[in-house]
Design a protein around this ligand. Structure first.
Ligand code: PMP
Length: 405
């Protein structure tokens, strides 16, 4: 079954607009995806019919809000094949999910302990561990990668040891598009008894994430990269690990018993979710997952491969273009540089032609330094993009080249 891209597009009202009289070509999907009408409707319906706080009201609206909010948790749990629904902790996004883990681990780390991350981390999965290690006197070790953007697996194995407490790596690199062999990396780390956190911010939107199959302890992701709203995401953690995971935020909803002197904590998942949550966000994220789950995963992945293959082919024959990130297993992202042109200028000229891309360090400054480049221009593709839009990107790039190079 192939994807009916034209009918998909019609479900995204934002895509119909023009920029300076030219059709919007939205190729910044690794930054955030657009939202289908079903998601917008779910959010509006919540606020229009049952807005109330969850878990606390003794009234009909609160009951309905709680039902939708907790059903949303079930939706996420099923989507990633969690063992039990309590393994899904709502967060504001990937960043907060990683911080939740790092704060908890940080309470246990001691001098001499080691955490491993990779050269291709987004700042969210680098700075967070760097600071947690600094606070504890632990050491952060970095797995090198080859120039094409593939991790050096032998070097990774050499970094593992008896002091490795946690290994963190991205499922998919936001800057390079590399799809990492997360199952194999996890299995290796497990030989040393280390915890494994997968940064799934870029991995989640391509379908087929099965946390039990991966074998990791944590998988962090954001709703907004998956056709859902901003400000909501989830941390999946294996229930045996989350069971006694140190609390980081304290406040309402996460307690069992409180006196002026002390407090005891409630059970999962609430223990790790202090305060009024993003109820509409959770409901919107579940609507996005429901919407996305109706699509055929194989067709989604095939369409994404077709888009990237076309973009890569055109990039390879584009005089003066250098592709950044040429791993054999890539998805969704074409990062590149044009000889003699600054990425920011390329982005500016493309925007004038209705083509939206990202330019800059991709929230991965150490990676840019490692590659010896100031940043990249990055086109990133999603299921609603068409081959015509890939062509439009290269037409716009030819204009940019003529003006800049
Ligand atoms: N990790 C990766 C690989 C990402 O691409 C992003 C978002 N650009 C993040 C983490 C952080 O996600 P968020 O900003 O939604 O918390």
């Amino acid at each position: 079954m192939s994807l009916d891209v034209m009918s998909l597009r019609q479900q995204f009202p934002i895509l119909a607009q023009q920029i300076d009289g030219k059709p919007l070509v939205y190729l910044d999907n690794a930054a955030t995806t657009q939202k289908p009408q079903a998601v917008l409707d779910a959010i509006i319906d919540f606020y229009t019919t049952c807005n109330a706080n969850v878990h606390r009201g003794a009234h009909r609206l609160s009951d309905e809000a709680t039902k939708r909010y907790e059903n949303a948790r079930d939706t996420v749990a099923t989507f990633i094949n969690a063992n039990v629904r309590e393994e899904v902790i709502w967060t504001s996004g990937t960043t907060e999910a990683i911080n939740l883990v790092a704060n908890g681990l940080g309470q246990r780390l001691k001098a001499g302990d080691e955490v491993i991350a990779t050269e291709m981390e987004h700042h969210a999965n680098l700075v967070t561990w760097q600071q947690a290690c600094k606070r504890a006197g632990a050491t952060l070790k970095i797995v090198p990668m080859y120039d094409n953007g593939e991790l050096d697996i032998a070097a990774f194995e050499a970094l593992l040891g008896p002091n490795t407490r946690l290994v963190a790596f991205p499922h998919v690199s936001n800057a390079l598009g590399t799809v990492n062999p997360i199952k194999a990396l996890t299995a290796k780390a497990k030989e040393y008894g280390a915890l494994v956190l997968v940064d799934g911010a870029q991995g989640i939107a391509h379908g087929g994430v099965d946390v039990q199959d991966i074998g990791c302890d944590f998988y962090a992701f954001s709703g907004h990269k998956l056709f859902g709203p901003t400000g909501i995401g989830a941390l999946w953690g294996h229930h045996t690990v989350l069971e006694d995971w140190p609390v980081w935020l304290t406040g309402g909803e996460m307690i069992a018993d409180v006196t002026y002197d002390s407090a005891t904590w409630g059970g999962l998942p609430n223990r790790l979710e202090a305060g009024t949550p993003n109820i509409a966000g959770a409901i919107g994220m579940a609507a996005a997952i429901d919407w996305f789950s109706q699509l055929d995963t194989a067709a989604v992945q095939a369409h994404e491969r077709t888009l990237l293959a076309s973009a890569t082919e055109q990039a390879e024959s584009f005089d003066g273009m250098r592709i950044i990130g040429t791993a054999a297993n890539k998805v969704g992202v074409l990062s590149f540089l044009l000889d003699g042109a600054h990425p920011a200028d390329v982005g500016f000229i493309l925007d004038r032609q209705g083509v939206a891309i990202r330019t800059g360090d991709n929230c991965a400054q150490p990676l840019m330094k490692r590659l010896g480049i100031p940043g990249t221009a990055r086109a990133s593709f999603s299921i609603y993009n068409t081959l015509d839009e890939v062509d439009a990107l290269f037409i716009a790039l030819r204009k940019a080249k003529a003006m800049l190079a």
